[in-house]
Design a protein around this ligand. Structure first.
Ligand SMILES: Cc1ncc(COP(=O)(O)O)c(C=O)c1O
Length: 416
């Protein structure tokens, strides 16, 4: 089932009329389809099961950290990929078992490391020698051992936007393979460390499986070398990155993805495969719904000025991401226009789309920015003192507000 469909000319999320939601909750808002989230989890779970891979899907909380959404995945048995103390806190609050959490990130503070240890997370995905030493010192001083995987950087070009590429040496993430081998050997004798696994994540919005395959080949060789040297691994974490359809993007074949995963894990057949999808799980099941406040024609360009902004969805300006934008109510016969969809923020970079062809619409009409469930709300800001917008979860013909819209009071609650 498609999560967003027109029924009698009006866009619905599952069986719920979006116009009716806006009338109750107000514009703008994020809208999510519960069945889409569940279907994406199940699809990935099924392809990995089909390959008979013992696996854990650790949902990358950074894609969308709303508690109700984390809880949907928790109930399905997911773990979480977290990258901060705050994400550990939210994942716990969302019902994820700490033992199913993997903690990456190049700048873990001492406080965060202590919090992660106290919480009993599954493993630290370690990103530098200094970090490993720090984790060892903290764990040993508390009479504990920290389970770790080393995040290796296989140095392959993921052919995605540079800001979401990670697996090349020019980026800050992971440890080059040559150094990683030495680090594993050194970690063996660290009192506060238990070597548990390996981790790599080459980038996000991967649409070309050959780059994952290239990384896999490199990782397999490295794993053979590790095994030969006597290092036993219990987990192999292949990161996230599965791309989704925004406009004309190719999507990767999940069966082939699972076959590659199988090849990686076969070096240590007893190991648990961990994958950390974020965008794939929640991207296509979310839309940003926003109202046209004003239509402005400056003689050269036509602007639809809407009530959502870069503060709500930064992807277009940050990554030049292109989202499909569609009317909530179809305007048959009104003709098409070319417009920039822009927000109220005082920046020329505040746009949701540029030069798109869309139905000729009127002030007060609603539009939906599609495939906005991942890295949408979670990258919101308060710039221009804009309160964060509501999030609404649809379950068939029911909806619930899973984050109320913020008020002006929320804007000053942490300030003196
Ligand atoms: C370490 C790590 N794992 C998983 C993810 C999730 O990536 P995606 O949303 O593309 O699946 C990211 C995203 O940046 C990441 O950095």
């Amino acid at each position: 089932m498609e999560s967003f469909n027109y029924i009698a000319g009006t866009l619905h999320c599952e069986n719920t009329d979006i116009k009716a939601i806006i009338e109750k909750v107000g514009s703008p808002l994020y809208l999510y389809s519960k069945s889409s989230f569940e279907a994406h989890y199940n699809r990935l779970d099924n392809v990995l099961s089909k390959e008979k891979i013992r696996h854990l899907i650790a949902y990358a909380v950074k894609a969308n950290s709303n508690l109700s959404i984390i809880n949907i995945f928790a109930k399905l048995g997911a773990g979480a990929d977290v990258v901060s103390g705050g994400e550990i806190y939210k994942a716990l609050a969302g019902g994820i078992k700490p033992s199913k959490m993997v903690y990456a990130g190049v700048g873990k503070t001492a406080e965060e490391i202590k919090y992660a240890l106290k919480s009993g997370i599954g493993q630290f995905n370690v990103e530098s020698r200094s970090e490993l030493k720090k984790i060892n010192n903290i764990a040993a001083s508390q009479g504990m051992t920290a389970s770790i995987a080393i995040r290796v950087n296989p140095n392959v070009d993921p052919k995605t936007h540079p800001y979401i590429s990670t697996g090349m040496k020019k980026y800050k993430f992971g440890i080059p393979l040559e150094q990683a081998f030495e680090l594993y050997k050194d970690a063996e004798s660290m009192k506060g460390i238990r070597i548990k696994g390996i981790h790599f994540h080459i980038g996000s919005q991967l649409t070309d499986l050959s780059v994952f395959n290239d990384a896999a080949k490199i990782i397999v060789e490295f794993l053979k070398k590790l095994k030969l040297s006597g290092i036993m691994l219990e987990t192999i974490d292949i990161g996230g990155g599965i791309g989704i359809k925004y406009l004309n993007d190719e999507v990767i074949n999940l069966d082939s993805y699972a076959e590659i995963a199988k090849r990686i894990v076969s070096v240590y057949p007893e190991a648990l495969l961990i994958c950390e999808p974020g965008r794939f799980m929640v991207g296509e099941g979310g839309a940003l719904v926003t109202k046209i406040l004003y239509i402005k024609d400056n003689g050269e360009k036509l602007f639809y000025i809407v009530d959502a902004a870069m503060t709500d969805l930064i992807r277009p300006t940050l990554y030049h991401a292109e989202h499909k934008i569609i009317p909530v109510t179809l305007k048959n016969g009104s003709g098409k226009v070319t417009v920039d969809v822009v927000g109220p923020v005082c920046e020329s970079g505040d746009f949701l789309a540029k030069n798109i062809s869309i139905d000729r619409m009127a002030e007060g009409n609603l539009i939906a920015v599609m495939s906005a469930g991942a890295y949408g709300f979670s990258m919101s800001s308060h710039y221009n003192a804009r309160p964060n917008i509501a999030e609404v979860l649809v379950d068939k013909d029911q909806f619930s507000v899973i984050r109320r819209p913020e008020t002006y009071k929320d804007l000053i609650k942490a300030e003196v």
